[in-house]
Design a protein around this ligand. Sequence first.
Ligand SMILES: [Fe+2]
Length: 453
Amino acid sequence: MVSTLRVPIDKKALIDLYKSVRRRTMEIVAPLEIEDYVIQTAEFMSPPRWHIGHTSWFFETVLQAHKPAFRVYSEDFLYYFNSYYEGFGSRIERPKRGTKSRPTVKATVAYRNHVDEQMLSFLESTSDPTIWSLVRLGLEHEMQHQELLVYDIKHLLCDQFEVAMSAKPQSVVRVEGMAEIEGGLMWLGYAERGSSRGSSPTVKEGQSGDEFAFDNEKPEHQVFIKDFAIDKAPVSNGDFLAFIQNGGYKNFRWWFSEGWETVNREHWHAPLYWEIHDGQWLIRDFDGLRPVSERLDEPVCHVSFFEASAYAKWLGKRLPTEAEWEKAACYDSNGVKHLFPWGEQIPRAEQGNLFENGHWSAAPVGSYPQGVNAYGCHQLIGDVWEWTTSDYVPYPGFKSEFDEYNDKWFVNQKVLRGGSFATPQLHIRSTYRNFFHAHERWMTSGFRCAQDI
Ligand SMILES: [Fe+2]
C-alpha cells in the first residue's frame, strides 16, 4: 500500500506533502535490485537512478537560487541530473544517461537525503510564497517523474518487477455506445480561484480547489464547439483486437502518412507490449504474459496517436478535441463546470483507477460507476491517458510561470487528458494537459472516439 498524499493548506501541510511525495518515489523503486537502477533500455526511457537524482536536482536548484549561503553538493551531479534545462548549464545527453555507472546508486541516495535535509530546514525557516509555489511545483514535478518511473520500470523489467499489486476490480455495469453532448460556447482550461469571470466553482474546505494547476492549463477562456458524440468508455483491448484482426496495421488507408511510415519502419503489428505466440495475441504486463482474450474488457494501453487515429478512421469516427473531452469531463447537466466528472473532490479509489489503487494496470470498463459523468461516460479519470486530436499549443493569453517547464514544448506534440493508473490522485485534474509526440507509446496511453452529430 502506498502512502497517502494530502493537499497542503499551510506550512506544516506543505512540509508533510514534501515528505510524503519524496518517500513515495523511494517506495516505487524499493523492489528494484541494484543493477536495475542504472540500465537504459531505450533512448526514450531513463534509468531509475537518474529519476531519483533528477527529482532531487530540481529542489537543489531552488536551494541554489533562494537559500542563503547554500553550497552546491557536486558539480558532477548538476551535470548528470539536469534533464533539459538550458538555463541551468550543460548536461549529459538523454540517450547517454545509462552509459555511466557513476554517480552510484548509493551516492545518489546520499545526495537525495542531503537535499531533503537542506530543503526541510529551509522550509521551516521561510514563509515566502514564491518559495512555497516553487516547492509545490517541485512536488508536482516529482509526481510526474513517479509516473515516468512506472513507464520506465515497465520497459526495463515488466513482468520481472516484483511489486505488490492489488487485485483489479470487476466490471459491474455494462458500458457501451456514445453519449451525445450539446455544443455551444464553453469555458476551456483551469479556473483560477476568485476569478470574477469564467466558470470558477465554489471551493469548500477539503476539496482540491485551485491549490495547484500548471501554467499550460491557463487562462480559462471561451471556445465554441459543435454538438458531438463521444464514446462512453475508452476503447478496449477487445475493440482494438478487431482492428488488428481486420488487417488494420496492414492497410495504409487508415493511417496518417507519417504514421504509416512509422508502422513500416518500426514493424508495428499491435500496441507495445503485445506479443503473438502461435497465432494468439498476448499482453506482457507487470502481472505476467496473459492472452488478450483474458483482458478484452480492459482499456487498450500503449498505443500511439497514430494507432489511435487509425483505429478511429477505420470505424468511421475520429478522436475528440481537447475541448470536447473537457466538456465531457467537467460539465454537469445544468451547464456548470467542475474540476472532475463528479464535482470538486480529489478522486477517490472508487471513482477512478489512479496510482493509489495499486493495480499497476488499467481496470475493466465498467469498474468505476462512481466516476461516471453527467452524460454516462465512464473512466474519464484514470486507467489510461486519452489521446485528443488537439495540438499542444498555448491557450490564448498564456503566461509562462516557470522558464523551460511547459512553454518550450509547445510544438509538434499532441494533448492527452485524464490521467492513468500510474498518476497520483493528487496530481490529476480534468483540465490537466499532458503531451507526447504522435509516435510515442511507452507511456500509459489509450483513447476514446468521438463523432460529429
Ligand atoms: Fe524533470
